[in-house]
Design a protein around this ligand. Structure first.
Ligand SMILES: Cc1cc2nc3c(=O)[nH]c(=O)nc-3n(C[C@H](O)[C@H](O)[C@H](O)COP(=O)(O)O)c2cc1C
Length: 211
């Protein structure tokens, strides 16, 4: 049985979110195709620490063998929990809405909790090396406009960043399943979602044929 971690960075209820509706379809297809155990993290409902001055100071103190404050210990403990949960997953499914050519800030905060030297990557003489080989990542993304082709293609920062940062920690088996254009052509929004659901099913077949 494979462990699937679903990281939801959308504060909306499922029924009014295209990305979450696509995500649920992806999960249903995945459950029909493979033996999986699904765990969910809702970034807007959980404590996701930011790297702030206190965290940076705590990391410095830990490296120097100095005593951390009670609050630093608590924050580090929570960061470690997030990291361990991520490392334990075989598959991570990120569900994100596009906001201002990016994704919600809590997703960046989450990523900052899992890109940790010595745990998910290490420095070597040849440069940094990812340590999480063998995992899969699926990025389910909803975008109001069209970015897959046309002039806005150059602004697909969301996916290029997420795929790059996952590759940095060794996860190169990566797919982006997109529903887009719902704000550009609102009367086609539901049809666009249906088309995206077909792509989700094809992605499940490609990614999980042998799971
Ligand atoms: C704060 C905010 C910023 C947005 N910025 C963009 C944007 O830069 N480009 C875009 O195509 N759509 C943008 N949109 C539209 C959303 O991407 C679109 O509504 C999408 O369906 C959101 O995903 P969801 O339906 O899963 O919530 C934005 C929406 C919000 C609420």
């Amino acid at each position: 049985m494979k462990k699937v971690l679903v990281v939801n960075s959308n504060p909306k209820p499922n029924e009014i979110s295209f990305g979450l509706r696509l995500g649920e379809h992806y999960l249903a297809s995945l459950q029909a195709a493979a033996d999986v155990q699904i765990e969910r993290v809702n970034l807007y409902e959980e404590n996701i620490p930011l790297i702030d001055g206190s965290v940076l100071d705590g990391w410095g103190k830990a490296a120097a063998g100095e005593t951390l404050s009670e609050q630093q210990l608590q924050t580090m403990g929570r960061m470690n929990e997030i990291l361990e949960q991520f490392i334990a997953a075989d598959v991570v499914i990120f569900i994100t809405p596009m906001w201002n050519l990016s994704y919600p800030p809590l997703l960046k905060a989450y990523i900052d909790n899992v890109i940790i030297a010595g745990r998910t990557f290490k420095y070597t003489a040849e440069g940094p090396q990812g340590l999480l080989n063998g995992k899969k990542v699926v990025h389910i993304e909803a975008r109001g406009g069209f970015y897959s082709e046309g002039p806005a293609q150059a602004m697909r920062f969301t996916d290029s960043y997420l795929s790059a940062v996952m590759a940095f920690i060794g996860i190169t088996e990566y797919e982006n399943v997109v529903v887009e254009g719902m704000n550009a052509v609102p009367d086609r929004a539901e049809a666009l979602l249906e088309e995206a659901k077909q792509r989700a099913e094809a992605s499940v077949k490609r990614m999980f044929a042998q799971v």
